[in-house]
Every structure is written in C-alpha cells, then in structure tokens.
Design a protein around this ligand. Sequence first.
Ligand code: B4P
Length: 191
Amino acid sequence: MRNIVLFGPPGAGKGTQSALLVDHFGFVHLSTGDIFRANIKGQTELGTLAKSYMDQGQLVPDDVTIRMLEDSANGHPDANGFIFDGFPRTTAQAEALDRFLEGKGQSISGMLALEVEEDELRDRLAKRAETSGRADDADPAVIQKRIDVYNAETAPVAEHYQGQGKYHGIAGMGSIEDIFARLRDAIDGLA
Ligand code: B4P
C-alpha cells in the first residue's frame, strides 16, 4: 500500500493533480481544504471556525485540523492507499500523521512536492478567483498572506520528509498533463 503526501504552495496544483492521481491509482483522496470548504458550505461549527482563518489566509489551528484528518482517514478502513492533499502543512501535523499511520502499521511512502514560481502561483489563484467563489482567492493581499504563511510555516515540512529520505521535488510548471506524467512516474518508482 502506498500513502502519498502531495505538497506545494497555494495554487501549485495539488487539487488538480490529486483528481488525476485518484483516477489512475485508486487512492482515497483526503484534502483538508476540501473538507473545510464542505463544512463551510454545510454551516457546521467546524466550518464557521475554519472560515475565520481561511478568509484571512491563515492556517486553521493544528489540533482541529489533525483531529478532522484522522476522523476522515478512519472513515476509510478499506483504503488501498491515501493521497494527502494540503496536509500536513505544519511540522506538528507531519509528526501527528506519522504517529497516526504508525498506529495502523503504515507509513508515508513519499512526499511529492510541486515546485512552482511565485508569479505563476499568483496568476493561477487570481484566475481561479474568476470562477471559484473562494474568498481566499479574491483578494491579492490574502493570496500574498497564504504564500507568506506557506514560506514561514509549511515549507519546513519538506525537511521533515527529507530527513526520512522521502522527499521528491517535482517540476510543477507546464501543462497539467506533463506534470501528471512526472507525478505518476515518481509514484511508480516508490516502494
Ligand atoms: P487548499 O484547499 O489546500 O488550497 P490551495 O493550496 O489553494 O490549492 P491547490 O494547490 O490545491 O491548487 P489547485 O490544484 O486548485 O487550502 C485552502 C486553505 O485551507 C488554506 O489557505 C488554509 O487556510 C486551509 N487549510 C487547508 N489545509 C490545511 C491544513 N492542513 N492546516 C491548516 N489549514 C489548512 O490549483 C490552483 C489553480 O491553478 C486552479 O485554478 C487550477 O485550475 C490551476 N492550475 C493547476 N495546475 C495548473 C497548470 N499546470 N497550469 C496552469 N494552471 C493550473
């Protein structure tokens, strides 16, 4: 069984590529961003809390996010591998994910990190704002805040997996099909 962390800055294409990887490999897809957005839409207590952070470009607190991710994963006892999209985003989340999988006799097979230039990220998110209805895409100041939070709090997560020899940088510029082919080949190469 392979468990993949799909990593990268906001707008790197994690959600876009996850959909293609799920089709190809049959992973269960767990996107913390999608779960938060579903809760916002359903006007749950979690959604109200998450929205207050997301609309500012901030991360939702670790304790809430970790509990939610673990509950979601536990909802798929028969999964033949997970793709974690947008999680972990802090070192504390990465450590919690390791402990959680270890408790199930599993581990992360590899982190695939999409590498995209900042100007391209800003362009993609501004373009997505035209159709997404996402408050966090609509304001350039919030987009910049998300990129800054990524650089300060999320980028160090790569070191966690580098230390385990599990980090794989993937060029995230170019066509969606070409990037998918790079990710597919990298996953095929994982034990
Ligand atoms: P996410 O939902 O994870 O969203 P994202 O980082 O903005 O986007 P992603 O990388 O998936 O980009 P996409 O494929 O859509 O996070 C949103 C917020 O939720 C966070 O800011 C945070 O507040 C909160 N959150 C989520 N997880 C959390 C956690 N673990 N802890 C705490 N808080 C958390 O691509 C973007 C756009 O680019 C799309 O329009 C797409 O069509 C386009 N695109 C994709 N690939 C392209 C390509 N190759 N060329 C051109 N355009 C491309």
